[in-house]
Every structure is written in structure tokens, then in C-alpha cells.
Design a protein around this ligand. Structure first.
Ligand SMILES: [Zn+2]
Length: 475
């Protein structure tokens, strides 16, 4: 009947393989049905009874099916008779087949693989493990990834009980700590940053139907994170032979500095990239420089704008790395200076409130010159007032080029640094500032890096990197 009846040899072989596997899977399923039958002496009465039983037994089924499939597809590795020694490259003969059970989200999976031992190097290994991609330790990557996602949201103890409730698999909180720190070890800003293509995609989305390039805001700011010194390790109060009367160390608040790039889409903020660490100004500048040098920010496709509260070190970095960026002094931060003047000069009075409102309005209209003149003409009645006025004047005068709020508004630029303040909140505070929580600095940096990755949309990319590192370590 023509060409349709001709089936290639490859196809026949492929089908046969599939038939064999299918047969094996059916046998597995039958085994599982036996277990199910034992559980149910009589038919279940309620829907919940059915779901509960299937839930309790599901990992026997899914783990078993996984086991069968893995054994089938990795038969070559299982039957391997020769391998090279990774150290001396000598040819080794397969030794005994060794069983290993690993834990996964679909249940425990048993693996059978040959052991190869080099007498001259006194080194043994399982080429099967590397070929299939199982990692050292019981808990496999799918579990570790789920843990990393969970602990970036909730405290470790909560994560432990949630993990068990939702997956049916135990995972201790101490082990969760270890996994988190391993996944986040040595992460840099470039590891958690989205690619240039991804950033361009987000920009293009905002740019649709607009005749002006979108405004990309860079906000820089600090947040405080409760930390404890490394010397506190192993000295938790109440541990050890003697109950400690008080902690031998004091928790301290450290400055987590960070920056955030985000797009303005009308009233909406489109997140692009965040990086927060317990770091000093130089380290923050270095991270910004890496972003710049990696060419991640398509400066020609946006109108870049930097908004912050006026700290000198911030402008220094901005001027050096993004000299074209529009600089904005946080409008709301100005209000703090004006309030201080009003309080010192007018006291707690209606007049004080009115003066602040009128002055803020002038600033809003871009009349910083008038505000400066007004401050200069104020007759200070006290030392305190004189100081507050002088401070305020110096502040506004220094940044007057960054206070063209009228023009800025027309251009669609932001007047305040709300975008970075909210990322301080959702990246740092939400997870790190919990009552009773004190973080070792390294651990808090690990957690911050993972939370940045989460919001930058790069947690999966961080995990790919972790997998590569595990592979390199086991080689
Ligand atoms: Zn060897």
C-alpha cells in the first residue's frame, strides 16, 4: 500500500524499548495495587478517606515508577564493565553492584550501580551517579530547590513543618540551613542579575505605545539587619553544661546596603534588578560597577534616573558609572529638613505646619531658588533654629541641581525613592527582621542574595549554577 507501511528499523527498536518499559511500569503499578488492597479491607466510605489513602501511598507508586524508568534508561551505565580512573586515567574493571537509596519529592528511589576501584590510587567511584546526575547525600536536587524556595519566605522552623506537611517528606531545619548556605555560597550580583535580553524584554513591555523611552530608576539605600558576631557561634544561651545567665555577645544592627533598578509604568513599578548585602560603600560601588561593565543595562533604550536621599557616597558612584543619568534628590527627604527648621523656628504650631506646606509646594513647583532665599532671610530666634536653618540651606543648595521637580514631573521621573524603600522592605525586612532573629553576617548575606534572586526572577539560574558546582566538586 505504499510508503506509509514502511517503518524504519530505528522506529521498530524505539517502539520495542517503549513496550518493554511499559510492561515494567505495569508490573510496578500492580505491586502498588497490592499494597492498596491490603490497606482497604472494604471499600472506602468517604472522599476524604480515598484521598488520604492515595496521598499516603503515592510515593510508593511515584518513587517506584521513577526507579523503573531510571533503571531502564540508564541500563548502559548499569551494565558498564569498564571505566577510567578519574585520577590516573587507568582502565578499571567493574566491581560489585551497590545499592543506594536517594530521597526525592516523588519518593525514595533505589539505584543499583557498579563500583569501580583503583588500587594504585586507592580511589573508588560510581560513574553511574555522575552520568545520571544524582548528587551526594540522600536529599536530591528537587528537594533542595524546594527548600531554597521555602526558606527564602519563612523561618527555618516553619519551613521544616510546612515542607513535611506539603510534601510528605521529612527535611530537618538544620539541614535546610546547610543547603541554603551551600546554594547561596559566593553568589555575586552577576549571579542573581537577569540577563540583558531579559532586561530588554521587560523594557520593551513598558515601552509599548509610548513615544518616549521608559524611565529606568536606580535607587540606592541602606536598611538595618539584626546580626550577631561570628564569635557567638556555639554559645547560645542555655546550651552547654552551664546555663548562661546572659548572652556572651550582643546582637548588633548592621547596615545592609543595596540598590534596585526598576521601570516606571504609569503608577506601576516593574522590577528589574535588586542587590542587597551587608556591605560597605565600596562593595556596593563595586557591585554597581560589575552591572555596568557586564553591559546589563541598555542605557540607550531608557531614560536612566537616580533618586536618593543625598548621601555623598551614592552620588560619587552614580557620577562615575552613569554620568548621563538624571539625578533626583528625594523630595520627601527634603521634608525632613524643613520639618526640623519649622520645629526649631516656630515650635509646635499651626504656623510651623503652614510654613512646611508652603515651602514643599514651592519645591514641588521647582522654585528651589525662592526656598533658598526664604531660608536665608529667616531671623533665627535660637541657636537650635540657626543650626537647623543653616543645615537645611546647605543641603538644598548642594543638591539644587537635583531638585527640578517641576521638570522632573513633566518628564515622568519619580520624585521620591519609594521604589528602593519598598525593596528594602520586601527583600530585607520581611524575612530578616523577625522578632528574636539574629543573623550571622554570612548567613544574612546568603539569605539576601537568594531573596534578590527570587525577586529578580533568577532563582532557577542560581540553582543551575549550584548544580554545576556540585558536579565539579564530585569530579
Ligand atoms: Zn587511579
Amino acid at each position: 500500500m505504499g510508503a506509509a507501511e514502511i517503518i524504519s528499523f530505528e522506529e521498530v527498536r524505539a517502539r520495542k524499548q517503549w513496550d518493554t518499559l511499559r510492561q515494567q511500569l505495569h508490573e510496578r503499578f500492580d505491586l502498588w495495587l497490592d499494597t492498596l488492597e491490603q490497606q482497604w479491607h472494604e471499600p472506602p466510605a468517604t472522599f476524604t478517606e480515598v484521598t488520604t489513602t492515595v496521598w499516603d501511598l503515592r510515593q510508593q507508586l511515584t518513587g517506584g515508577l521513577t526507579e523503573t524508568i531510571v533503571a531502564h534508561v540508564s541500563r548502559g551505565e548499569h551494565d558498564r564493565t569498564q571505566a577510567h580512573c578519574p585520577r590516573c586515567a587507568g582502565v578499571l574493571k567493574a566491581g560489585e553492584v551497590v545499592c543506594r537509596t536517594v530521597e526525592t519529592l516523588v519518593g525514595p528511589v533505589q539505584l543499583e550501580r557498579p563500583y569501580f576501584y583503583c588500587r594504585s590510587c586507592r580511589f573508588g567511584h560510581y560513574p553511574f551517579d555522575a552520568a545520571v546526575g544524582v548528587v551526594p547525600g540522600c536529599k536530591q536536587l528537587d528537594m533542595q530547590q524546594a527548600v531554597a524556595k521555602l526558606v527564602t519566605e519563612v523561618p527555618y522552623d516553619t519551613a521544616q513543618s510546612l515542607f513535611h506537611d506539603l510534601t510528605g517528606v521529612p527535611f530537618g531545619s538544620e539541614r535546610m540551613h546547610t543547603v541554603t548556605n551551600q546554594v547561596a555560597e559566593n553568589l555575586t550580583v552577576l549571579d542573581v542579575a537577569p540577563s540583558r535580553e531579559e532586561i530588554e524584554r521587560r523594557i520593551a513591555e513598558v515601552a509599548v505605545n509610548r513615544f518616549r523611552r521608559p524611565v529606568l530608576v536606580l535607587g540606592i539605600d541602606g536598611a538595618y539587619v539584626p546580626t550577631r558576631p561570628a564569635s557567638a557561634r556555639g554559645r547560645r544561651p542555655g546550651h552547654g553544661r552551664h546555663r548562661a545567665k546572659r548572652a556572651l555577645w550582643r546582637g548588633q544592627w548592621r547596615d545592609a546596603k543595596g540598590f534596585r533598578f526598576y521601570l516606571l509604568d504609569g503608577e506601576r513599578i516593574v522590577h528589574v534588578l535588586s542587590w542587597h548585602q551587608v556591605q560597605n560603600e565600596e562593595q556596593l560601588g563595586e557591585a554597581l560597577k560589575q552591572i555596568k561593565e557586564a553591559g546589563l543595562i541598555p542605557e540607550e533604550q531608557v531614560r536612566l534616573c537616580v533618586v536618593c536621599d543625598g548621601a555623598e557616597w551614592i552620588w560619587k558612584h552614580v557620577q562615575a558609572l552613569f554620568p548621563q543619568a538624571r539625578q533626583v534628590l528625594d523630595y520627601y527627604h527634603c521634608a525632613q529638613y524643613l520639618h526640623r527648621v519649622a520645629k526649631a523656628h516656630y515650635g509646635a504650631s499651626v504656623q510651623a505646619v503652614e510654613w512646611v506646606e508652603a515651602t514643599m509646594t514651592r519645591l514641588y513647583l521647582g522654585k528651589v531658588g525662592l526656598v533658598l532665599g526664604g531660608l536665608r532671610r529667616m531671623q533665627a530666634q535660637s541657636d537650635e533654629a540657626e543650626k537647623a536653618i543653616a543645615n537645611c540651606w546647605a543641603y538644598l543648595n548642594e543638591h539644587r541641581g537635583r531638585t527640578h521637580y517641576r521638570h522632573l514631573r513633566r518628564g515622568g521621573y519619580p520624585l521620591g525613592s519609594g521604589g528602593i524603600e519598598s525593596s528594602n522592605k520586601f527583600i530585607c525586612h520581611v524575612r530578616l527582621k523577625r522578632s528574636g532573629a539574629l543573623w550571622y553576617e554570612a548567613n544574612s548575606d546568603h539569605m539576601l542574595a537568594l531573596r534578590c534572586a527570587k525577586y529578580n526572577g533568577t532563582l532557577d539560574q542560581v540553582f543551575v549554577r549550584y548544580q554545576q558546582r556540585l558536579r565539579e566538586m564530585s569530579e
